[in-house]
Design a protein around this ligand. Sequence first.
Ligand code: DX5
Ligand code: ZN
Length: 230
Amino acid sequence: MTHILRLAPSILSADFARLGEEVRAIEAAGADLVHFDVMDNHYVPNLTIGPLVCEAIRPHVKIGIDVHLMVEPVDALIPLFAKAGANLITFHPEASRHVDRTLQLIRDHGCKAGLALNPATPLDWMTHVMERLDIVLLMSVNPGFGGQSFIPATLAKLREARRRIQVHTLAGGQPIWLEVDGGVKTGNIGEIVAAGADTCVAGSAVFGNPDADGGYRSVMDALRRAARTA
Ligand code: DX5
Ligand code: ZN
């Protein structure tokens, strides 16, 4: 694949008691983004972190914070996350009454905007909002938990999403990143990138391995190597 690969470790699998240290460590190890999973025990059956935690980690890193909202409703949290230092905000379209409006709201607050699509959510949600998208996130597991297995049907979906993005950019449209989230490991990142992903979230693959020789650096280098050799 010719496009560059961005790695976005998900702090869902980090040590929450040492979050500042953890995000500094992944930045030093070459992470491109901090992936920040927000769960509300309503849209998904789990509860995680909100704008206060985003604000707390913001001064610890220079890289962008990639906020993945798994919440319903969506809109009220957007100004709060923008103020807390988010750079990129994705949400699940089923969780917003007015998807076009929510995308605009994110950009109006100075962040890059995107849709997060569950395994069974069709790509068609992209169709009428292409101009408003900076990123599309394809879930390769059902949202709610780290450490699940990659759903193979995501590969065909990635290829089709890449095709649609290419048609859009070749016609003069803005670039749109294609992110994959869930179950990304050294054993499958090659085929994921070959299918068209340019941004890969990795939670348990990175943070589940704190004692590896060379720490997070060696884990992330291994992911990049595996991505290249596919
Ligand atoms: C799941 C989250 C993912 C998850 C990824 O709802 O959106 O970001 O933390 O973790 P792994 O890489 O362990 O599947
Ligand atoms: Zn996520």
